[in-house]
Design a protein around this ligand. Structure first.
Ligand code: FAD
Length: 396
């Protein structure tokens, strides 16, 4: 096993870090306060290849690996998790679904402008009455003479109000259960599609999250995405990859919070000493650094296996579950180390603390990750003592 990043990966990390420090950091508080989705940042993200990170060059993408993708998301999240969430939704949900399941003509029409940053992508699975139980969705798509008509609504859609292209899951055959759900590409401005309420959120405030309404929304037949009835199955594959992105987002967020805590602990004096000299503070920092490193390894392992074309349902869920839960702990300790200053907006601690909670909820809650992991473990043949999941890490 070789855990070292390549020279290209080190350069990639430095490049994205510098970009985030110069182009994003100065605006983080203002965007958060105003719930401002930084649309002005999109051309700059596109110029760096960050809106088509894993897309092949044939579609104008940066053709980076799954591990490279994690590095990009991590470095954005270290500075502003809300920007990282937007980049992850654009790349890891909307574009990824199109890249995996669209026809060549659909990729030319929809993927290329998404990769160039000319269009912003959204992905709608969740509805007001079905989140974890996504298959319980009510939105329908029915055939018309020349295409499809969509009726219903999607909730908590990242980029719901600002997207140009949205992948929408809808029921096409109520009698067929999960095999009766199909995916569609809908363009903003399609008659009958209207953005609904913009959510006023606890955290991730610079990432637009909105409701999207479909009222007799008619789209052409060639905007069915993937085979009819395969939308839900395809969605699960999209989420297997997407969850690795949210794990990377949690790792980056935890890294940012940890660095803020170290900086503060070195400066703040109490009882005539810097607080970093107290063992209570040192142990928090040591635990945080150890947890972040473990989460990063789980995340990169899932990404590495995905890059090899392996199915990563369990590895993705393990990475997402662990990384998001340790990130919550690290962000909490970061506030604690800042004392009262962790509770006010002059320091970054309180924002990490607010943003981090999304990581245990979005793209499947922690409870759902545990459910996925347990199902996979129990479906597998019994393993001999000691071999358990560590066998997954064997790299040939
Ligand atoms: C900022 C933000 C951005 C989002 N972006 C998108 C997006 O772009 N596209 C999209 O489609 N969705 C998006 N979502 C939706 C997100 O994926 C859902 O909120 C999430 O899946 C949980 O669904 P829910 O909110 O309906 O909670 P529920 O499913 O109602 O869950 C409520 C609670 O019950 C628990 N629970 C539910 N079922 C079980 C079970 N079987 N066993 C144990 N516990 C259970 C859950 O873990 C949770 O604790 C976003 C959400 C947020 C907050």
């Amino acid at each position: 096993m070789d855990f070292r990043p390549t020279e290209e990966q080190e350069l990639l990390r430095r490049t994205v870090r510098e970009f985030a420090d110069t182009e994003i950091r100065p605006h983080v508080r203002e965007w958060d306060r105003d719930q401002h989705f930084p649309i002005e940042l999109m051309p700059k993200l596109a110029a760096l290849g960050l809106l088509g990170i894993q897309c092949p060059e044939a579609y104008g993408g940066a053709a980076m690996s799954a591990v490279d993708y994690c590095i990009c998301i991590e470095e954005l999240s270290r500075v502003d998790p809300a920007v990282a969430l937007s980049v992850a939704a654009h790349n890891g949900l909307c574009s990824s679904h199109i890249l995996l399941f669209a026809t060549e003509a659909q990729k030319r029409q929809f993927l290329v402008p998404l990769v160039r940053g000319e269009k912003i992508g959204a992905w709608g699975l969740t509805e007001s009455t079905s989140g974890s139980d996504a298959a319980g969705m009510r939105t329908t798509a029915t055939r018309t003479d020349d295409g499809w008509e969509i009726n219903g609504s999607k909730t908590f859609t990242t980029h719901g109000r600002v997207c140009d292209v949205m992948v929408v899951m809808a029921v096409t055959d109520r009698t067929a259960g999960t095999k009766g759900i199909s995916a569609f590409i809908v363009e903003q401005g399609a008659a009958g599609m209207t953005p609904g309420k913009k959510e006023d959120k606890l955290g991730m405030r610079a990432s637009d999250t909105s409701e999207v309404l479909f009222d007799h929304c008619r789209i052409p037949a060639d905007q069915l995405l993937g085979a009819e009835g395969q939308g839900f199955v395809n969605t699960m594959q999209v989420l297997d990859a997407g969850r690795i992105g949210i794990a990377a987002l949690a790792v980056g967020l935890a890294q940012g919070a940890y660095e803020a805590a170290v900086r503060y602990a070195r400066e703040r004096k109490s009882f005539g000493k810097t607080i970093s000299s107290f063992q209570a503070i040192q142990w928090k920092l040591a635990d945080a650094a150890t947890r972040i490193e473990a989460a990063r390894l789980l995340t990169y392992q899932a990404a590495y296996l995905k890059g090899r074309g392996q199915r990563t349902t369990i590895e993705s869920s393990m990475a997402k579950l662990y990384a998001s839960e340790i990130a919550v702990k690290v962000a909490d300790d970061c506030v604690q180390i800042h004392g009262g200053y962790g509770f006010v907006k002059d320091y970054p601690a309180e924002k990490y603390f607010r943003d981090v909670k999304l990581t245990t909820i979005g793209e499947g809650t922690s409870e759902i990750q545990r459910l996925v992991i347990a199902r996979q473990l129990l479906a597998a043949p019994p393993v001999s003592a000691g071999s358990a999941r560590s066998a997954l890490i064997v790299v040939s």
